[in-house]
Design a protein around this ligand. Structure first.
Ligand code: BTN
Length: 247
């Protein structure tokens, strides 16, 4: 994959811009970065706080040669790439299914993968937000979010973070698309996430919630949750939170 970076000062959302460019025929490997987003988006229609130079706001255009059923693995592959990037900055990250990168149980990075039809076929836009500084966290996320600055005392330049991230994304994307690559990415994810098995969780699926213990991933990356009656619910999408003992 040839990486081509387009940098902006301000955008509505790097994902939206990457989607516009993909629809105009952008090649795989186009990366959009911005110092600031005015309409940064998270999953489930949430806002991603995107103050100037407080984080990395990054999106990459992919044209994966993968069976459709394996497309969700792109999010897992990206989680692995973000994990290893943050590790290079001295952090010890964990990956909370499906796309949250945590350090000391607080969220430091999130991933938003979206698809669109383009003249070159289906594109997957993978957006990555990494908190570099914490100073402007709004009250709602102040207790649950963290940043590289808070965890390491360092403030890395966003372009250095972006360079390392593109290197890891390219590396794991090549693995994902190789023979046996889907299994390899599941293994890479397993070795980096405490959520793979044995974690007490509550999963929210629309209006329904499921409580149980994580029990591995399906071949497409869906999470298996074993309930106390022994039955297994497969979570294809939804929010997962760790359940803690109350005594
Ligand atoms: C989440 O955890 O809910 C996903 C957050 C994804 C945020 C990034 S920031 C860069 C890219 N542009 C966006 O508007 N969103 C993603």
């Amino acid at each position: 994959m040839n990486i081509n970076v387009l940098a902006f000062d301000t955008l509505d959302s790097t994902n939206t811009e990457a989607m516009r460019q993909a629809r105009l025929g952008a090649d795989e490997g186009l990366c959009i970065v911005a110092h600031r987003q005015t309409a940064g988006r998270g999953r489930h229609g949430r806002t991603w706080v995107s103050d100037k130079n407080a984080g990395l706001y990054f999106s990459i255009v992919l044209h994966p040669k993968l069976e459709t059923r394996f497309l969700p693995l792109i999010t897992l592959m990206t989680g692995v790439a973000v994990h290893d990037t943050l590790q290079e900055f001295g952090l010890k990250p964990d990956i909370k299914w499906v796309n949250d990168i945590l350090v000391n149980e607080k969220k430091i990075s999130g991933i938003l993968a979206e698809t669109t039809e383009t003249p070159n076929g289906l594109a997957v836009i993978v957006g990555i937000g990494v908190n570099i500084r914490s100073s402007n966290f709004p009250d709602e996320i102040a207790d649950t979010a963290t940043s590289i600055e808070e965890q390491s005392g360092e403030i890395p330049p966003a372009d250095e973070l972006a360079n390392r991230l593109t290197r890891f994304c390219t590396y794991f994307y090549d693995i994902l698309q190789s023979d046996n690559g889907t299994k390899e990415i599941l293994n890479e994810w397993r070795s980096r996430s405490t959520y793979f098995s044995g974690k007490s969780v509550r999963a929210a699926l629309g209006n329904e919630t499921v409580e149980g213990t994580t029990d591995g991933l399906e071949e497409n990356g869906a999470l298996r949750v074993r309930k106390s009656d022994g039955s297994v619910t497969i979570i294809q999408a939804g929010d997962v939170e760790q359940l803690r003992a109350t005594n």
